[in-house]
Design a binder for this molecule. Structure first.
Ligand SMILES: O=C(O)CCC(=O)C(=O)O
Length: 267
C-alpha cells in the first residue's frame, strides 16, 4: 500500500476518500509490546474475548484498554490522538478498542458493511463523528485477509439494506461475528466497487490507517499460514458520546473523558 497523501492534506484526503494511510508507522518495539499484550490476553478466559464459530479459535479481543496497561497507553499515543483530533476537529475519547486476530487459515471474513449503523442503531450515536484508527500488528498482504474499502462510499451515509430494515436482534454477538447483523448487500457493494474501485489496506506491521465510520468495507478469510492481527481504536468526539448505550462496556465505552496524551515512547 502506498502512502497516498502528504500530512498537510490529511483532512482533505480523508474527506474525499474516507480513508487515509498515515506516513508514520508505529515503531517496531511498540508493535512488539502490543503483540505480547495480545498473546497474554488471548490466553486468558475473559468475557472480552470472542471466538470464531468453532469456539476454539480467538477471533477478537475487545476493550483491552480498560484492563491492560500496554493497551491503556497505546490509545493515548500522540500519533493516534493527534490524528483523531485533526480529523474530527475536537477532543476525543475511546469509544471502542478491539484486536481482530484473523488467525492463520482460520480467521474468518467480514462481509461488506459500514460501522456507523451499529453505533447509531445499537448505541444511539447521533452522528458519524468518530474515526477508526487501524494499526497493523502483523504484516498484512493480499492472502491474509486485508481490509478492503470502497473509496468515497462514506459520503453515501447509511446504506439501507434488508438487514438494516429488519427488526434489530440486540444480540451483540451478531455485531462481532462473521455473520454480521447489518451488512451492505453484495449487489450494492459490487456496483459501488465497479464504479469507484476498491483499495486493499496492506502493509508491514506498524502501518497506521484511518477510516471513516460510513466507508463500505469488508475483509476475506485468512487463507495463509500467517496471522493478520489488526488493532482498531475507534475515537469518538466527546460531544458525540451517546447518552445511554446498553451494549457491554467492553464494546462501548461509557467513559467519555477526553483522552490525554502520553509520551510517544511510553509503550
Ligand atoms: O478486521 C477486519 O478484517 C474487519 C474488521 C471490521 O470491519 C470491523 O471490525 O468492523
Amino acid at each position: 500500500m502506498q502512502t497516498t497523501h502528504e500530512p498537510a492534506n490529511l483532512k482533505a484526503a480523508y474527506g474525499e476518500s474516507g480513508w487515509y494511510a498515515v506516513p508514520d508507522r508505529l515503531p517496531a518495539e511498540a508493535v512488539e509490546k502490543l503483540r505480547q499484550a495480545v498473546d497474554r490476553i488471548g490466553g486468558q478466559e475473559r468475557p472480552e474475548i470472542v471466538y470464531e464459530a468453532e469456539q476454539s479459535v480467538v477471533r477478537a479481543l475487545h476493550g483491552c484498554h480498560r484492563f491492560d496497561e500496554v493497551c491503556a497507553r497505546v490509545v493515548r499515543l500522540p500519533l493516534f490522538v493527534d490524528l483523531a483530533e485533526t480529523l474530527l476537529g475536537g477532543p476525543v475519547y475511546v469509544y471502542q478498542f478491539k484486536v481482530n486476530m484473523k488467525q492463520p487459515f482460520e480467521g474468518a471474513a467480514w462481509p461488506w458493511h459500514q460501522d456507523f449503523i451499529f453505533w447509531h442503531r445499537e448505541d444511539g450515536m447521533a452522528a458519524p463523528d468518530a474515526v477508526n484508527v487501524a494499526v497493523f500488528l502483523d504484516d498484512v498482504s493480499a492472502d491474509n485477509g486485508p481490509l478492503r474499502v470502497i473509496p468515497g462510499s462514506h459520503e453515501l451515509g447509511i446504506i439501507d439494506g434488508a438487514a438494516a430494515a429488519a427488526e434489530p436482534s440486540h444480540d451483540w454477538r451478531r455485531h462481532v461475528a462473521a455473520s454480521l447483523e447489518y451488512t451492505v448487500p453484495d449487489d450494492v457493494a459490487e456496483s459501488l466497487a465497479a464504479a469507484s474501485g476498491t483499495e486493499s489496506l496492506t502493509g508491514p506491521a506498524g502501518t497506521v490507517v484511518a477510516f471513516h465510520p460510513n466507508i463500505v468495507h469488508c475483509s476475506s478469510n485468512n487463507t495463509s499460514a500467517r496471522r493478520r492481527a489488526v488493532l482498531l481504536i475507534t475515537y469518538n468526539l466527546v460531544s458525540n458520546a451517546p447518552a445511554a448505550p446498553t451494549r457491554p462496556e467492553f464494546l462501548v465505552s461509557r467513559d467519555s473523558t477526553p483522552v490525554t496524551r502520553v509520551d510517544s515512547n511510553a509503550l
